[in-house]
Ligand binder design. Structure first.
Ligand code: PAF
Length: 280
């Protein structure tokens, strides 16, 4: 496994594979890797000739400076996890390498970015568009792997690929959970012990909702609000039921469509997101 810090180093490595038309799989990450990331890497390794993992905490997608500062970073540990699962190339550039000039590009993701993460984290998806488009231009992968925990991000990236005609197949990968149900996230390691113990409540509450088979969003929202009002460690930021096709919030859940119930919660200072499918 090679660790490359510059675009030119990575390009010259990748040229060898491009010339032979060998399939390149790509897993973009912000490091602080966990089993969720590794499951994407393993899938890429099994489906492509070479797997590139980028490790880059992208400043332009953070709307909260404190969140950027406290985001966990440990490249050495990440590389120790990546090698045994078969990653071939780790691309770990500096901020100056990726942004020699401020990126002034503005992406328009239409209605996809007006809700949930887009509404609560202004500029976040523009930053995701900036970095993912740069990474796609540099790596030129055949396939790129994204986790379904960031459900809205996946929809944004699919739109980016469609709008800019990137010749890359986007592969969605299932959410990987801890044994107590908490969705794996790099942010979990920042939780205090009491918040970590409280956090599985998020998934358990979404599971309860699935079992209730409520078909009105107002009733579902009221159910979720009441559950979190009784939990002193977790603060609900938003809960939405959205149509899987266009990510727009719906009033009613119809039988023959699939929806996702998406949630963002503060566990102390740490913001966690999760989602489950309804009607799947
Ligand atoms: O999902 C993430 O970790 C990031 O948003 C991504 C896709 C690596 C872009 O920085």
């Amino acid at each position: 496994m090679k660790i490359l810090k510059t675009i030119s180093e990575l390009r010259s490595e990748l040229n060898r594979y491009n010339q032979k038309n060998l399939r390149i799989g790509f897993v973009p990450t912000m490091g602080a890797l966990h089993e969720g990331h590794l499951s994407l890497v393993k899938q890429s390794v099994s489906e492509n000739f070479v797997t590139v993992v980028s490790v880059f905490v992208n400043p332009t997608q953070f709307n909260d400076k404190k969140d950027l500062e406290r985001y966990p970073r440990d490249l050495e540990k990440d590389c120790k996890l990546l090698k045994p699962v078969g990653c071939n190339l780790v691309f770990a550039p500096s901020v100056d390498e990726m942004y020699p000039e401020p990126d002034t590009r503005r992406f328009d993701f239409g209605e996809l970015e007006t809700v949930m993460e887009g509404a609560h984290r202004p500029g976040h998806f523009n930053g995701v568009g900036q970095i993912v488009s740069k990474l796609f231009d540099i790596v030129q992968p055949n396939r790129a792997y994204f986790g379904l925990k960031d459900f809205q991000q996946l929809a944004i990236i699919r739109k980016l690929v469609k709008d800019y005609h990137y010749p890359v197949e986007i592969v969605p990968c299932a959410i990987v959970r801890e044994s107590d149900g908490l969705a794996m996230s790099s942010r979990n390691m920042l939780l205090t012990e009491e918040h970590r113990n409280a956090a599985p409540f998020i998934y358990h509450t979404l599971n309860k909702l699935q079992e209730l088979t409520i078909n009105s969003t107002t009733a579902a929202k009221e159910f979720i609000r009441k559950q979190f009002a009784e939990n002193k460690f977790l603060d609900l930021e938003y809960f939405e039921i959205v149509d899987d096709e266009n990510l727009q919030p719906v009033d009613f859940i119809e039988k023959n469509r699939t929806y996702s119930a998406c949630i963002a919660v503060f566990a102390g200072k740490i913001r966690l997101i999760d989602n489950v499918q309804l009607n799947s």
